[in-house]
Design a protein around this ligand. Structure first.
Ligand SMILES: [Zn+2]
Length: 300
């Protein structure tokens, strides 16, 4: 009897230990061990305080424990790669769709797959396995997933499978944010739809996804994709204050857009857009591509 109580207590406490508390947006920049960083968020985990930060040169995110940051120098260097890019994308656009990074000045291509909420069971695992079989050459294949919180909630097994591809070094995944709810009503105009729906709390929508990722030991990146690629000036400025970079596309395969050098390719990994997957398989069969990482190759 006693033993089972101890086991139950252990299970309950290990569940709670994965929870993140007091998740906050923080700002400020610092210099630490030869690198410039910007603070993005702070939170508590197991009663210890952590910071999610971005390396201003590599654009990669990282976690620091408060106790690790003993010898930091608070310093705001406006000339780092991150600061310059953040400034570039602080200039809001007057377009309603496709704000942000749509292609890069390289010969590589950049595969991005959206995981918007879906009532469909499973995900495009056959495509992912095909992608690995077709292009894997002893080096993890670069891909960005823009994930919504609702998709993770309903597709835990699928989410863990993607993480397992990352752990086994088949995929090098950049985890981008696609908001928690990803509201969509096919009967509404774009300027009242997606995150432009009245009453949307964009901050909550974004932070909730980051928290879920961190609670699953996944590092959220600084990349963000607006649901439906729809945004307005206010939301564009807002994600900039959260330290995020917006990613659009110039090769939405289901919309018959072709892949060029440097293209940010858009497909859906949630089974909601089989046409894009069909086209991707056909194009990938016929072409050799080098898949790059947006964060590694992005220039001003
Ligand atoms: Zn979406």
């Amino acid at each position: 009897m006693k033993k089972s109580i101890i086991i139950i207590l252990f299970i309950v406490s290990s569940l709670f230990s994965s929870q993140i508390k007091d998740y906050q947006v923080v700002s400020g920049s610092f210099f630490y061990q030869n690198s410039y960083y910007s603070f993005l968020r702070s939170f508590y985990h197991d009663k210890k305080k952590y910071f999610l930060v971005v390396d201003e040169n590599s654009l990669k995110t990282k976690l620091f424990k408060l106790s690790d940051l003993k010898a930091i120098i608070l310093l705001n260097n406006k000339k780092t790669r991150y600061k310059k890019l953040l400034k570039k994308y602080s200039m809001a656009s007057s377009k309603l769709q496709n704000f942000g990074i749509t292609s890069l000045h390289t010969k590589d291509v950049y595969l991005t797959a959206d995981l918007c909420p879906s009532s469909k069971k499973g995900y495009e695992d056959r495509f992912i396995k095909y992608f690995i079989k077709r292009y894997y050459k002893n080096k993890p294949l670069k891909i960005t997933f823009f994930v919504s919180g609702r998709w993770i909630q309903k597709h835990k097994k699928e989410f863990y499978e993607l993480i397992s591809f990352q752990k086994s070094k088949k995929l090098d995944i950049t985890w981008g944010n696609h908001t928690f709810t990803h509201y969509y009503n096919p009967h509404l105009r774009f300027d009242k739809n997606f995150i432009l729906k009245k009453g949307t709390n964009l901050k909550k929508e974004i932070l909730k996804v980051e928290k879920i990722l961190l609670e699953n030991d996944v590092l959220p990146s600084i990349l963000f994709r607006f649901p439906g690629l729809v945004s307005d000036k206010k939301s564009e400025k807002f994600i900039n204050t959260l330290g995020l970079l917006p990613v659009g596309t110039n090769a939405w395969l289901a919309k018959n857009q072709n892949i060029h050098d440097g293209s940010v390719i858009l497909i859906h990994g949630n089974k909601n857009e089989p046409l894009g997957i069909k086209k991707a398989i056909k194009i990938f069969k016929e072409n050799d591509y080098d898949f790059g990482s947006i964060l590694e190759d992005l220039k001003l």
